[in-house]
Ligand binder design. Sequence first.
Ligand code: SF4
Length: 357
Amino acid sequence: MALAPTLFDHELTSLPLPEGEPAFRRKQVAHWLYRRGVTDAERMTDLPTSLRAWLATEHAAKPFVASRRFPSDDGSVRYLFTLRDGKQTEAVYMPYAGRRTVCLSSMVGCPAGCAFCATGALGFGRNLTRGEIVGQLVEVARQEGLEPPDIRNVVLMGMGEALLNYDNAVGAIRTFIDPGGLDMSARRITVSTVGLPSRMRKLAAEGLPLVLAVSLHAPDQETRQRIIPTALANSVDDIVAAMRDWQAAIGRRVTVEYTMLEGVNDHPWQADRLAALLTGLTSHVNLIPFNPWTGSGFSGTQRPRLTEFQRRLEARGVSVSVRFSRGRDAGAACGQLALQGAEAASVADSGVVMTGA
Ligand code: SF4
C-alpha cells in the first residue's frame, strides 16, 4: 500500500498549494512546520481560513499515528513511532552538556542483518519516506516541549542503513539544512553507514560537509563477514579506500564505529591491524561497549580488555574514545523497542505518551 505523501515529504519549494494561491504561502507553511513544529493546519494562524481548511482536508502533515516515549535514567529518551501502515521505528533524544541531539532512523528494521544488532534481527521492513525521517525530529521536539530548531544535532544512526535509502535520507538532510527548513549546519549532521563504498562516494559527490561514521567493527575480512553479512560484498580494503576518497572530497575526519564483542573482534592483533588500516587517514575511533540483548549470542568485552585495546590504538597514534550507548535502562540498543513489539508499552507504561496534537 503506497502511503500518500505528508507535508514533510515535499521539498520546501514544492509544498502543495491550491491553484491561485501565491507562492509566498509556502514559506509561511514551512515556517509553521519546521520552525514552530506545528502540524495541525488549523493552528497556522497567519494563513487564510480557506487555505487552512484545504491543507487540513487534502494534505496531512503527521507521518505517525502514535509515538511512545521511554525516558531513561541517563537523561536520554527513546521514542517508538507507529507509522500510518502500522509498522514501527525508533528515535532517541539525547540532551547533554548544552547539546540537544536526536538519533533518527532511516528504515523499519534493516537489511544489513548485523549479527550483534537488535534491528538486524528484525529483518527489513521498508524504507522510511523523507517525511517520516524529518517528522521524527519534529515530533521529538514537540514531545520534549521544544521547537524543532532547538535541536541542532542529528545522527542518522538509528534503525536502518541510511545509504540504502539514499534519496529519502539525503532529502531529509536537505530539509534539515535548508534556511527555510531547520537551517541546521551540515557539519552537525552525522550519517552512519555499514560501509557501502559506491554510496559513500555518491554522498561525497553531494559536497555536503557532513560527518561520516563508518561501522567497521572488525579490521579483518574474516571477522567482519562473521558479524556483518553484507561484508561479503564489500571488503575492508574497499571500505577504507572509500573513506580516504570521502576525506579527499570533503576534508573532514572520518569516524569509525567499533562495537566491542568479547572474543570476536577485541584481540590485541585486531587493534594493531585497525591502527595499520587507518594510517594516513584523519579519523576518530569510537569503541562501543556492546549493549546486550536477549538472544544476541554475544557478550560485551570486559573493561580491562577494552582498555588494553584502546591503549594499543593510542600507542599507534589513533584518536580513540569509548562511547557508551544511551538509554540502556529504557530497554535499549537500537531496535530493541520494536523487537519487543507490543510488550514495550507495558514495560515502560509510566513513560508512555501518545501523540495528540
Ligand atoms: Fe542495520 Fe546498523 Fe543494525 Fe547493522 S548495526 S543491522 S547496519 S541498524
